[in-house]
Design a binder for this molecule. Structure first.
Ligand code: ADP
Ligand code: MG
Length: 722
């Protein structure tokens, strides 16, 4: 029996835990349940190790065989010579614990557990998984999985997996590192990337994450010199704050992180007391936290791997916010591609005069515009013309990237081959789309040979360009100074109750942060209401006060534009009667009638995973229907607040449309920044808060909150679901 360093064989002191580097690139690997039969998990693992040229020692373990595929086999791990860095197990769940005990006893560094049906299959499996973790921990042995598909390490030719993705010939080593909670999806993405010529550094499937988790391998990839871009597929995060911290670290290291997370479509899980709770669910919070940390959140895993490849093998965008040039020899493909840009959040560039001058040499003036159809070239689609025009594009100050949607035409492969050198020389990304089917395979092969990415669909190219844009924006965030607290933002009033606040209480809280709110007074009878209106100035609004009502206007508790005492008294009587029916008349709120050109919602809540966050969107009573909202972690910089407003579908309205004036976006941003400090100060105490609506006036006229709602938690309570 051999004892690895740190154990004495008798006392079985836990060995030093093996570093992740040695798990991903082990010097020796045991395959538990190895066989000749590639129809079996253990047979496939062994087959792929050999086939992809694993450079270390392979130790097949099988009690019934003396040799397998020409390698000496061992009846148990204890009988195998020398220290074992990693053991791969794909045994049935019923045999797993015994095998893990054997691995632990033999001082194996890490067990890579492909076996499934553990915590993923119910309470019984979860209990077994806990036992497995206990045994491993006691021995200082690390675990990858269970229920994972292992590790592909293209950099070191260490394929520790049974995934069919390893059927591919010559998986290329490259800069893409991947961590995935789904082994099947990881294999699929590697296979897709491989067909496009992408190269991977290490791909790790973490499965149930019983011991090592996604964050552990993310941290490893950030430090890994072979990895230039990181792609993640996540389902649930064990440590959300650590995850966000690592995203920041990756950005600081200059490594873009792309992420797809399941759960995007999940409806707001909680029974919402506020608009913010229903609009700002946990996925939205995740996305906002990732964007803030400079990472790129994507919806489609296939587009993620294509984007990772573009970030690995193409130059990056010089900066965020630049335009695109679309160019090809088909008026059809260029026009439809241009049509698809706005919905993808992209735009055609404004060409410089220098660029136009180059184009004029090759085509009639009437064709000098984007998208560019090279079919209009004076001397046909000349090679030299194409080259000159592309060079001009890639130098243009407003052109961040060039998109070439190639259609069927003569000499497709030769045309394609012109592009890679131009792109490399210019240092800006050029995305080549071969839109045709198999007749385009020659062009695809030419690109693969040139080591240049290609795409098959314009929609993929747009998703990739969106990711490049988000990467450039994230890169720009690294140098930002921390947010600054505006004068007069806080502290919060000391005497606020717990639970649901009334409109007046919530407005007092908002006002303590310098957010403008309506002038108003509480009144218990009609005479007091009239006196309040006289003091505030006619016309007034009158609202019934009740802690239990979420949407006042739905119940007839909001009366607007009351111009005189008679109207006020009539409204008072009706509102008082409704309040009595609801269980008691607490009073009415008399407030100034505010005017504005647009209604916004501002919201805040404390997310149990990602902390305080704010929301802004199209406001009023239809907010859930419009669902036009943007989120960000609190506190905010003023520029971030403005950027959130710009991302709203409502933004053109704020800029002034159809003869309407431009609105005071700066005042909306200011109120959002102030609300973000409120959220940051209250922390977990703030379950949720809505200012809905805030009325926005013409530029310079400011903004004012006419309604407010908030729910506070007890000071000692932490987290919760909000
Ligand atoms: P709810 O509880 O139904 O959200 P609000 O107080 O928001 O009640 O009132 C409903 C709508 O009435 C608002 O969306 C806004 O359009 C209008 N409104 C309410 N208060 C005022 C006010 N003081 N000045 C102008 N409009 C108001
Ligand atoms: Mg309201």
């Amino acid at each position: 029996m051999l004892h690895p360093a740190g154990t004495d064989g008798a006392g079985r002191a836990a060995p030093d835990r093996i570093p992740l580097e040695r798990i991903v690139a082990p010097r020796s690997v045991a395959v538990i349940g190895a066989s000749e039969d590639v129809g079996k998990f253990g047979g496939r693992v062994l087959h792929y190790l050999i086939r992809h040229g694993f450079p270390g020692r392979i130790l097949p373990v099988n009690p019934n065989r003396a040799a397998i595929r020409g390698l000496p086999a061992f009846p148990s791990l204890g009988a195998a010579p020398g220290p074992v860095d990693a053991a791969i197990l794909a045994v049935p769940a019923a045999h797993l614990l015994r095998q893990i005990e054997d691995c632990a006893a033999a001082g194996v560094g890490a067990a890579i557990v492909i076996t499934g049906k553990l915590a993923d299959a119910g309470p019984e499996g979860a209990a077994l998984e806990r036992r497995v973790v206990e045994v491993a921990r006691a021995a200082g042995m690390r675990l990858v999985g269970p229920n994972c598909l292992g590790i592909f390490n293209m950099t070191d030719a260490a394929m520790l997996s049974s995934s069919l993705a390893l059927e591919a010939e010559g998986l290329r080593a490259g800069g893409i590192g991947m961590v995935s909670q789904s082994g099947a999806l990881m294999g699929t993405l590697v296979s897709l990337g491989h067909d496009h010529g992408a190269g991977f550094s290490r791909c790790i499937s973490v499965g149930n994450q019983a011991d090592l988790d996604l964050c552990d391998f993310l941290e490893y990839l950030i430090a890994d010199p072979a990895t230039r871009v990181i792609a993640l597929y996540a389902e649930g995060l064990k440590a959300p704050r650590r995850f966000v911290e690592l995203l920041r670290r990756a950005r600081a290291a200059g490594k873009p992180v792309l992420c797809v997370k399941a759960g995007r479509s999940e409806a707001g899980a909680q029974a919402a007391r506020s608009h913010t709770a229903s609009l700002a669910g946990s996925f939205a919070a995740f996305e906002a936290a990732c964007r803030d940390a400079g990472a790129v959140v994507m919806a489609d895993p296939a587009a993620m791997v294509l984007a990772a490849d573009a970030l690995d093998r193409l130059p990056r965008l010089p900066r965020a916010g630049m335009g695109l040039a679309v160019v090809a020899s088909s008026g059809g493909s260029t026009a439809t591609t241009a049509d698809m840009l706005p919905a993808a959040g992209l735009r055609l560039a404004a060409m410089s005069e220098a660029t136009r001058a180059v184009l004029r040499r090759w085509m009639p003036e009437s064709h000098v515009h984007l998208p560019l159809d090279t079919g209009s070239f004076d001397d046909g689609t000349s090679e030299e013309g194409l080259r000159e025009c592309l060079r001009a594009f890639l130098r243009d100050p407003d052109i961040g990237a060039v998109l070439v949607p190639m259609t069927t035409q003569p000499a497709m492969a030769a045309r394609a081959a012109l592009l890679p050198p131009l792109c490399r020389e210019a240092g800006r990304p050029l995305l080549y789309v071969m839109m045709a089917g198999s007749v385009g395979d020659g062009a695809r092969a030419a690109m693969r040979e040139a080591g240049f990415p290609f795409l098959d669909r314009v929609s993929d190219a747009l998703a990739v360009l969106g990711a490049l844009e988000a990467e450039a924006a994230g890169r720009g965030r690294a140098a930002l100074a921390p947010p600054e607290r505006p004068a007069g933002a806080g502290p919060p009033p000391a005497d606020l109750p717990e639970g649901a606040l009334t409109e007046a209480e919530a407005k007092r809280l908002a006002a303590a942060y310098g957010i403008p709110v309506t002038r108003e007074r509480l009144a218990r009878d009609a005479a007091a209401a009239e006196a309040a209106a006289e003091a505030i100035g006619w016309p007034v609004a009158l609202k019934g006060v009740s802690r239990s009502v979420v949407h006042k206007s739905d119940l007839g508790l909001v009366r607007l534009n009351l111009a005189d005492a008679a109207a006020l008294r009539a409204a008072f009587a009706e509102v008082a009667a409704i309040l009595e029916r609801l269980g008691g008349m607490e009073g009415v709120l008399v407030q100034e009638m505010a005017r504005g050109e647009a209604e916004l919602i501002l919201g805040a809540r404390h997310d149990p995973e990602f902390g305080p966050l704010v929301l802004v969107g199209a406001g009023g009573v239809l907010v859930e229907v419009l669902a036009d909202v943007q989120l960000a972690p609190a506190p905010l910089r003023r520029d971030d607040a403005l950027a959130m407003l710009r991302r709203l579908a409502l933004w053109p309205v704020l800029q002034g449309v159809r003869g309407r004036p431009a609105l005071d976006a700066a005042a909306a941003a200011e109120a959002l920044v102030r609300l973000s400090w409120l959220a940051a100060d209250l922390g977990p105490r703030l379950a949720e808060m809505d200012l809905n609506p805030i009325l926005l006036r013409a530029a310079g006229g400011g903004a004012i909150a006419v309604d407010a709602r908030a729910t506070l938690r007890a000071r000692h309570q932490r987290g919760g679901t909000g």
